[in-house]
Design a protein around this ligand. Structure first.
Ligand code: F6R
Length: 576
């Protein structure tokens, strides 16, 4: 995880980097730091907390690097925060990833020169050693890379102003502006300066002096400069208190965008599914719930489909053959568990992904884009409903009903604002009620059981209230024992299992539970009942309400909770 920003140009580097790092805090925010090439030496400022807590004055210099950390090696403290420097403080490095052979390298380089407990610190010392042997930066990069095992996106700045960067297994994008360059973990930090980007490929390394050069295995490479579709406004809060709230409210637009897939790409995806012997659909966290729903859609078309979370599917890699298709669901396209699985199977690959140019996108045979725009809140919201939209559209396309399906999805998107508006008051009341509870249970049946899993994950990850989700039928086979006077049980009353779920709620109520329902027709006997419109894609409408419920509950529970940055989590999980 961790976020990286390097800037070189005519502006004050620390100012540009600080703003850029704020955009990357979804990747980690336990400590942060910046180094600039000042006059006469490198200046480093770092510490625990977010970049705003760490840096309250500008550093001089027009070139620099910055980092926002999600700790892997070494506790959270100032010493372990990046940038890390070499012994003579002439080289500073920021890094995202894990250097697997760092202990070996530490011994080789001499333990006594190390200040921190991090794996990263080997990089500035390796560069320092190489600089004693050569001033050819291309050769130096090659030699350093040859020594490193593991994954890295690393940027080093030398006190002479040169920048070198290398990537393997962790993302790094080069932003190309007018007389300025950026090296960042994703495009959002530089969107307000430039929308031209080069997505660096595996094992690329870059040297920036007056302009930039990209190399791979000793060869100079011409990588395409792409125009990024996203803009700076999409990556801003647009007046909302939190990105999460903005991202919930903008789903009318994002679901509609997801429904308008490129016709040819959709057809290619359909062909891949039709030709596959077996389809495996996978993802992690919220994306794995999209995969579960997607599997239920595809099964209705007669497709032989299995669904499993990527980290578990990897243990079954030998079952997956080259005649099969793996469909990967991901917002970021950088989830390590997913990428690791894909590395180990020979099957065809289809990605349903939000971030264009991400590793998953580049490593997959075919991609369908969610088109949700930048999702910055750590908890996935609009990406999930975008994933469901693309999966539904695939179902319709497989049934030869693409246009009909698209129309229905557009109608669903148009009901999102109305659904949020009409449920706002009840959600507010229900969230106040939930905010001091210790345990919350969600139940649903058939497709709603997957929505209930997502609702439960959303609530627990941002409000820190313990929550679990079950198929309604499963509840009485054990967990019902935990229900006591006042335990909240939330049931989804739509679709095939509606009446049975209602019975399960009534059973819970007779054992003291406070029941909350969501459905198309208000029912009596509920503590709160959230009414949503009838719709053929009801899971999308239920989801947006649950997102708002989780958001409001978190705010009501503790004013210090920042729903955009839940504790211990990072958005892009680039470690296994
Ligand atoms: C939860 C959440 C995570 C992600 C998961 C996969 O709100 O956001 O569970 O869904 O880490 O991430 P992506 O979709 O980027 O592969």
């Amino acid at each position: 995880m961790c976020g990286i920003v390097c800037y070189t140009g005519e502006k004050n580097a620390s100012k540009v980097i600080k703003k850029g790092l704020e955009k990357l805090e979804y990747r980690g925010y336990d400590s942060a730091g910046i180094a600039t090439v000042g006059n006469p030496s490198l200046k480093v400022s770092k510490g625990e907390g977010t970049i705003n807590q760490v840096l309250n004055k500008e550093l001089d210099g027009n070139t620099g690097i910055g980092h926002t950390r999600w700790a892997t090696h070494g506790k959270v403290n100032k010493t372990n925060a990046h940038p890390h420097t070499c012994s003579k403080e002439k080289i500073a490095v920021v890094h995202n990833g894990i250097i697997d052979n760092h202990e070996e390298l530490r011994k080789e380089l001499g333990e006594e020169r190390f200040k921190s407990e991090t794996d990263t610190e080997v990089i500035p010392h390796l560069i320092e050693e190489q600089l004693k042997k050569t001033d050819d930066l291309e050769k130096l990069c090659r030699n350093v890379i040859n020594k490193l095992e593991g994954s890295y996106a690393a940027v080093a700045v030398l006190d002479t102003g040169e920048k070198i960067a290398f990537r393997k297994g962790s993302p790094l994008v080069l932003g190309v502006g007018e007389d300025e360059y950026f090296l960042t973990s994703d495009v959002t930090p530089f969107l307000e300066h430039t929308r031209k980007a080069v997505f660096l490929e595996e094992e690329d390394y870059v040297i920036i002096k007056d302009d930039y050069q990209i190399y791979n295995s000793g060869e100079k490479i011409d990588r395409e400069v792409k125009q990024v579709d996203w803009n700076a406004e999409q990556a801003s809060k647009k007046g909302y208190d939190h990105y999460m709230h903005k991202e919930i409210e903008e789903q009318t637009e994002t679901v509609k965008r997801a429904a308008f897939q490129d016709r040819k790409d959709l057809q290619k995806a359909v062909k891949l599914i039709e030709e596959a012997e077996k389809v495996y659909i996978t993802g992690c966290g919220t994306s794995s719930f999209a995969a579960e729903l997607g599997a239920s859609y595809l099964r209705e078309t007669g497709t032989d489909v299995e669904v499993e979370q990527a980290h578990e599917l990897e243990y079954r890699k030998d079952e997956i053959s080259e005649d099969d298709l793996v469909i990967s669901m991901s917002q970021s396209g950088e989830t390590a568990d997913l990428l690791s699985l894909l590395n180990k199977v020979d099957a065809e690959t289809l990605a349903i992904v939000n971030v264009v140019g991400s590793t998953l996108d580049r490593n997959s045979r075919q991609s369908l884009y969610i088109n949700a725009g930048p999702e910055i809140g750590v908890a996935s919201t609009k990406a999930f409903t975008g994933q469901l939209t693309v999966l539904k559209l695939l179902q319709y396309a497989l049934e030869d009903k693409t246009e009909e399906g698209r129309k229905e999805l557009v109608q669903t998107s148009e009901k999102i604002s109305e659904t949020l508006e009409n449920s706002r008051e009840t959600v507010r009341e229900a969230s106040k009620y939930l905010s001091d509870k210790e345990d919350v249970y969600f139940i649903g049946r058939h497709r709603s059981r997957f929505v209930s899993k997502e609702a439960s994950l959303k609530l627990k990850e941002i409000s820190y209230i313990h929550s679990e989700a079950f198929p309604g039928g499963e509840f009485k086979h054990g967990t019902l024992a935990l229900v006591e006077q006042g335990t909240p049980v939330i049931g989804i009353l739509t679709g095939k299992g509606e009446n049975d779920t209602l019975s399960n709620l009534v059973e819970a109520k007779s054992r003291g539970a406070d029941i909350i329902g969501i459905g198309t027709e208000e029912k009596t006997g509920f503590k709160h009942f959230i009414e949503i419109p009838e719709d053929s894609n009801t899971e999308i409408l239920e989801t947006v309400v649950f997102q708002l419920l989780a958001y409001r509950t978190a705010l009501n529970r503790d004013k210090d909770i920042n729903p955009d940055r839940p504790r211990n989590l990072a958005k892009s999980v680039t470690v296994k």
